[in-house]
Structure formats: structure tokens, C-alpha cells
Design a protein around this ligand. Sequence first.
Ligand code: ZN
Length: 243
Amino acid sequence: MQLIDAKKTDVNREAHNMLLAAVPRADYEALIVAGEVVELKLKDILHEPDDAARHVYFPLSGIISLLTVLEDGSAVEIATVGSEGMADFAAYLGMDSPARWLVQVPGKSLRVEAKEVRKIAEKSEELRAVMHNYMLAMFILVSQTAACNRRHPVEERCARWLLMTHDRVGSNYFPMTHEFLADMLGVRRPSVSIAMGMLSRAGFTQYKRGKVQVLDRLGLEAAACECYRVLAKQFKERFPASV
Ligand SMILES: [Zn+2]
């Protein structure tokens, strides 16, 4: 992780982070003043299970994965956080979390000390309401993903994951390996290769040298399970920009 020399005024709330865009302007400005912009590199680990989480991250671009780590060292993705949210609410609450936070797509993030976020929230009912709303949205995301992983076919889950990543990175290209996606979905790598092959033959995506290109967004939406629509609606409706 690298601290970058970015003017904080370059952080454009409407363009960059849906959560920051939904809080009152005074709270937004207080968060910007208290924080700093950092550049997150691929596979940077921002938090290990049970470490004290000192910072809250509001991604401006890129994606952070929240992973559950099992005793054998394997890790499965439970949620992703991009420019629609923050990583994560355990830090905001001042509590330890059993999650690993891993940078899945490089990008920039506003990073604010968790105690500073709490201090600003203590004075603002509106900011607390946005945080509570986000926690509920994340609970719904994790619940829906748990149901999805039990019931829906791997190719539909792959399509859901690609769509959610596409929304969060705001680009038709993003880095991803089959091995990484297999870890994220908690399935074996050959299953991911078969599913990605199906999406590619249908003309929805192309995969080359560790990068996915989305070619047909509507086709990919049609190939995904219902979970994508349910989750996209949750975040859109909960966080209309306040400005
Ligand atoms: Zn599903």
C-alpha cells in the first residue's frame, strides 16, 4: 500500500464512492479532512483475522474482498467492497473481525482512522443512519451469497461475480485468474474454467492473460442468477446520492 500525493479535493463524492455521496456534505468534508488517499495494490492485505482494525477504507476505485479464513489456511470470499461501500463495519464499530481483507482489483481508497469516523458519526445522526443502512445491505449481501453458493450453478455464480466486479471497477477490463475466482467462489478451479468457457463461447466475456473483458453486459446479466439483480437493487435504492 502506498500513500499517494493526491489533493483531497480531488476526491469527487458523486463520481467515486456511493456511501460518501450519501452522507451530509459536512460529514463528507470532515471525513475527507480526517483521512488520506492511499493506493491499493493487487493482493495487498489490509487486515488479518483478529488484528485490531485501525482504519476504515472507502474505495474510490478497485475492489477489496472480505474473506473468511479456515483453520487449514484456505480462504473463501464472503463479500466484495468497491466504490459502493466501505471495509468494513467491524472497524467502524471498534471491534475485532475474523475476516481477511484482500485487495482484489487495484485502485485508490480514502482511508480514515476508525476512531475519527466514530467521532464524526457521534455528532451526526444522518451519518449513523447511512452506516446502519450499509450494515444491513452487507448482511443481505452475505446472506444472499450464502444461499447462492448452496443452490445456484457455478456458471450463474461466475456471471454474478463478474457483473458485481464490473459494476465496482467501472471498466470493461479487470484482472482475474481462474484460480483466484475459484477461491472466491469456494469451488475447484476446473469448475471455474468450464464456467468461464461457457460465458466466453456465448460471446459475453473474453479472457486473456489474466484479464477479463466484458463484451456483452446484457448477455452476462441474462446468464447470471437472480442474486445479481437482488443485490444491485439493494445498493442502488439504499444509497441515492444526497447531493
Ligand atoms: Zn445466485
